[in-house]
Design a protein around this ligand. Structure first.
Ligand code: M6R
Length: 609
């Protein structure tokens, strides 16, 4: 939800700011803006639409500024207009602010400022920050920002510059991430590390409640009560290639093809297939805690929720631990029952910044629950706040539709189940079979991805459908939900995921000769049952696209199209069945001319509730 960049001391500030916004565009892309101080002036440009629109407006924008900030927006307060795009200015036009987050008390502050004679130019919550900074400004921008932020309730990652202090960039964080890249002669601010990578590997992650003052002479960190802080410089371990498209037309396709490697990375050093064992340093659970575990609560949103559902089957069947999977947005406002001595809550998030998941985490921590994170982005808020965790190591995911993050989450959850199981009920036979099967998955996906023309052809045949139904049972039910989510979010075709048998209780009414039904029918315990459900659809002239395991040719008698995936053991088969469904959504969206990596109305990381 919104991306921020800022810089001090760069020869080509415009290049960093515009280039940085392009990298952060996955966080929001309805409008963008830039402000820079050059020749004693604050230069500002704003554009509705993608960063490319802003770039077009910036041909005559100064290349070099003493300081600069820029923003790509996902609208919350105020429509998508040029005025509402950031940066926002104070009344005199001296101070410019970019903001990621929400000022919850903006209405009260606006009324107060209006009474003092301020005329607002936008409908945004952010504009109050610019006016407040101006109100408290005497001769120290950092102090004015600090005082302004004391008035604000809500979340923020902000960057502020002022014409009166042309060499100063001030930033602060409360809830919305910010990282400072420390270059040889420059300081670079961004919402995540990606824009910084081409310039430096040294970075400082801002903590909540921290304020930064950056100048050509260096940086200072303070708390909001003005106590000086010594920050920790970290070495970024991301590689530049992870943000480069290479030969791929879209990040989503690149990330689908990344999966053999990303899964290798999730498993590396953890899975000991030859020994039938698993080593996880992250969870840090004592034997006593593992034995006392009596319930697992898994929390997430969207795709991460679906990964959690996959784990429910595994945890209950093999670990015999009751497992509840909860939408973070629902859990946080219930009054969930927690038994601190025997519950473990697992929070799944690619970004580690999802507002609802973070709030649910805090809610369960408040009740004394032990927490574990399954997170992709290192140093993200959820990763920092959980008691312990497992990084998924999927690498940076830029496409809004989650693909490699999903399979990495499922793999990490499977590793965690094995980690618990080796000290509980797993026999050495189960451990051996699961570890060996898991180890083979990256190669199986790699082989599968060699030729995807069949999926492209099926996409051509279903691209004009108005509705699709995705059916699965058991371990494949969450895959059906995930397949439908992928289809709707990037192709804008209505798609519903359903438990295959439950379909008889309503959705079957939708089935006719125009309705493609994706039925996941892998050779497992529910196979015969799913086949019966397919019969019911065929009897109503539905067009069945069967996703089945190799060799299962019988199914062709029932299916309109059949997609074969390699076979593995039931609990990890979702790692393979999810791949053609990702591809199907991708190709349908491309054929229908959708903006695959930046679908409408969405943003990669949902930092508002
Ligand atoms: O970063 P998170 O995993 O916490 O994000 C959760 C959802 O917003 C995310 O999975 C979303 O559903 C994806 N865009 C789906 O592809």
């Amino acid at each position: 939800m919104c991306g921020i960049v800022g810089c001090v001391g760069l020869e080509d500030s415009k290049n960093y700011l515009i280039g940085g916004l392009k990298v952060l565009e996955y966080r929001g892309y309805d409008s963008a803006g830039i402000a820079m101080i050059a020749d004693d002036e604050v230069h500002v440009r704003k554009a509705v639409g993608m960063v490319a629109e802003l770039e077009k407006m910036c041909h005559d924008f100064p290349r070099k500024g003493s300081v600069g900030i820029a923003h790509t927006r996902w609208a919350t307060h105020g429509g998508v207009t040029q005025d509402n795009a950031h940066p926002h200015m104070d009344a005199a036009g001296n101070i410019a602010v970019v903001h990621n987050g929400i000022v919850e008390n903006h209405n009260a502050l606006r009324t107060l400022l209006e009474r003092e004679g301020i005329k607002f130019k936008t409908q945004t919550d952010t504009e109050v920050i610019a006016h407040l900074v101006s109100k408290f400004y005497e001769d120290d921008l950092a102090e004015a920002v600090r005082l302004a932020l004391r008035e604000i309730r809500g979340t923020f990652g902000i960057a502020v510059i002022s014409k009166k202090e042309p060499n100063v960039l001030v930033a602060a964080r409360m809830g919305s991430p910010l990282v400072l890249g420390v270059g040889k002669d420059c300081l670079l601010l961004a919402s995540d590390a990606a824009p910084i990578l081409p310039y430096t590997q040294q970075a400082i992650y801002l903590n909540n409640g921290e304020l930064l003052k950056a100048t050509p002479q260096g940086y200072e960190f303070f708390s909001l009560d003005r106590t000086s802080i010594t920050p920790k410089i970290e070495e970024l371990d991301q590689q530049l290639e992870s943000i480069e498209l290479g030969q791929f037309p879209h990040y989503m396709l690149k990330e689908i093809y990344d999966q053999p490697t990303s899964l290798e990375n999730t498993l590396r050093g953890r899975l000991k297939a030859e020994a039938g064992d698993v080593h996880l340093g992250g969870p840090g659970l004592s034997l006593k805690t593992i034995h006392a575990l009596n319930r697992v609560i898994i929390v997430g949103c969207g795709t991460s929720f679906h990964a959690g559902l996959c784990a429910k089957y595994l945890f209950e069947e093999f670990l015999r631990i009751p497992c509840e999977v909860e939408y973070a947005s629902e859990l946080r406002y219930r009054n969930p029952i927690v038994r601190p001595k025997s519950d473990l809550a697992i929070f799944i998030s690619q970004s580690g910044e999802t507002a609802d998941t973070l709030a649910a985490l805090r809610e369960l921590q408040r009740k004394g629950c032990r927490t574990l994170g399954i997170v992709n982005v290192v140093n993200s808020s959820i990763a920092r706040e959980v008691d312990s965790g497992i990084y998924t190591h999927a690498g940076m995911e830029i496409g809004v539709a989650s693909t490699k993050a999903f399979t990495a989450q499922v793999a990490a959850l499977t590793l965690f189940a094995l980690y618990l199981g080796r000290s509980r009920d797993f026999s050495s036979f189960v451990l051996q079979e699961m570890t060996e099967s898991l180890a083979k998955i990256p190669t199986l996906i790699e082989d599968y991805l060699v030729d995807t023309t069949q999926i492209e052809d099926i996409a051509e045949e279903v691209r004009n459908a108005r509705n699709l139904l995705y059916l699965g049972r058991g371990y494949q039910y969450p895959v059906a939900l995930e397949g439908a989510l992928k289809m709707k979010e990037i192709s804008y075709i209505h798609a519903e995921g359903y438990p295959a048998a439950e379909m008889k209780h309503g959705p079957i009414a939708l089935v006719d000769e125009n309705m493609p039904v994706v039925a996941i029918a892998t050779r497992d315990r529910t196979y015969e049952k799913v086949v019966s459900n397919m019969q019911e659809i065929k009897a109503r002239n539905g067009k069945i696209i069967a996703v089945t395991t190799e060799g299962n040719t019988d199914i062709e008698k029932l299916a309109w199209r059949t997609i074969y995936v390699p076979h593995t053991i039931e609990p990890i088969q979702p790692l393979l069945t999810s791949i053609p469904l990702q591809l199907l959504a991708y190709y349908v969206a491309v054929k229908n001319g959708r903006n695959v990596d930046k679908p409408r109305n969405l943003a990669k990381s949902v930092t508002v509730e």
